[in-house]
Ligand binder design. Structure first.
Ligand code: NAD
Length: 357
């Protein structure tokens, strides 16, 4: 099969592409605009594969979408391209409206017209898989409540509101036009190639440099963490085996407060790079944890997200392979071993070189 992946140069999209190229016979067309979050260096291990093609395209550009669909004739579209950072959505919501809402609309329309042009057999097989987030459900009220596929939408941030809008568009295109769509809503991902503006890579890299580890408020926000390679496997399985018209929640059964996550990273670093503990100029008697600083909380910050992933487990037999402890250890080890990737992201050279500046 040929799979068109949007946002394939991003954190999760690149994991999906590495999974497909390394573990299956399917081929991939990666459609990505290469915003600051897109990094082709996350795909170096598959870039030379004959099964991989890259097209630098903005999903808001309908003509270009029509061209790639017509040229490559994919069997499945996996739509991950998005603006994805909540803090940026608070500062500059317009990019989120453009890419997440208008871009998804464009991709749906381009896919619909492509799908209508297919012969009977190819039309029957075609699927449009929209990748979304558990943030569309908003804040959980009770301490043991879980998001199910039936939970009402109540997004809190411009990011989650734009993702909720895109989910609604996808469902409407299924109900109104019969476009064969699937939606997945997943909890927080972590793992290799994660852009260092997000909590886990930020804390690892700051700690290694002896810099402050900023935590919003008291760090009591609870997130349900999933290792990115487990998510990539789930997405591929849903795209291939999921039932058209269905939604699947994907999560890792790993609820942790932000402060717990940061403390776990500190203790892993103390084990793996004990020589770095006292790297801060003043010396630091509390080890890495002494670098924790509490900063003003994000406006509208949801307290708790947690996923009930029983449907995807029961119906498709998917289960995460990593516990939070094993996945976090792999992640910290990856950041320790991949200094070059991190440095090139931190000093912007991954972007400057491709722009020729
Ligand atoms: P990311 O920000 O790392 O990557 C997004 C990718 O989309 C980048 O490569 C970027 O260049 C590309 N892109 C952005 N705007 C584009 C446009 N207009 N046209 C084409 N490409 C464009 O995001 P991610 O963390 O990999 O998330 C991927 C998807 O998964 C998103 O839809 C996000 O909402 C969803 N999701 C993320 C998480 C998470 O924890 N990261 C959890 C659940 C769901």
């Amino acid at each position: 099969m040929k799979i068109l992946v949007t946002g394939g140069a991003g954190f999760i999209g690149s994991a999906v592409i590495r999974h497909i190229i390394n573990n299956t016979n399917d081929s991939v067309v990666n459609v990505d605009k290469l915003t600051y979050a897109g990094n082709l260096e996350s795909l170096f291990e598959v870039a030379k594969s004959e099964k991989y093609i890259f097209e630098k395209i903005d999903i808001c550009d309908r003509k270009e979408l029509d061209r790639v669909l017509d040229t490559y004739q994919p069997d499945i579209v996996m739509h991950l391209a998005a603006e994805s950072h909540v803090d940026r959505s608070i500062d500059e919501p317009l990019h989120f409206i453009h890419t997440n809402i208008v871009g998804t609309y464009n991709l749906l329309e381009a896919s619909r017209s492509y799908w209508l042009s297919l012969d009977k057999e190819k039309k029957r097989r075609f699927k449009f898989h929209h990748i979304s987030t558990d943030e569309v459900y908003g804040d959980l009220k009770g301490p043991t409540d879980l998001f199910t596929e039936e939970t009402s939408y109540a997004p809190s941030s411009p990011y989650s509101a734009s993702k909720a809008s895109s989910d609604h568009l996808v469902r409407a295109w299924y109900r109104t036009y019969g476009l064969p769509t699937l939606v997945t809503n997943c909890s927080n991902n972590y793992g290799p190639y994660h852009f260092p503006e997000k909590l886990i890579p930020l804390v690892i890299l700051n700690a290694l440099e002896g810099r402050d580890l900023p935590i919003y408020g008291k760090g009591e926000q609870v997130r349900d963490w999933l290792y990115v390679e487990d998510h990539a496997r789930a997405l591929y399985q849903v795209a291939k085996e999921g039932l058209v018209g269905e939604t699947y929640n994907i999560g890792g059964h790993n609820e942790k407060t932000n402060i717990e996550v940061v403390r776990l990273i500190c203790s892993l670093l103390e084990e793996l790079v004990p020589q770095n503990i006292f790297s801060k100029a003043s010396g630091n008697p509390q080890g890495f944890e002494g670098l924790i600083t509490h900063v003003m909380d994000r406006p509208g910050h949801d307290i708790r997200y947690a996923i009930d992933a029983s449907k995807v487990e029961r119906e498709l037999g998917w289960k995460p392979k990593e516990s939070f402890e094993s996945g976090l250890r792999k992640t910290v080890e990856w950041y320790l071993l991949n200094n070059d990737w991190c440095k090139r992201v931190q000093d912007d050279s991954y972007q400057r070189e491709r722009l020729g500046v």
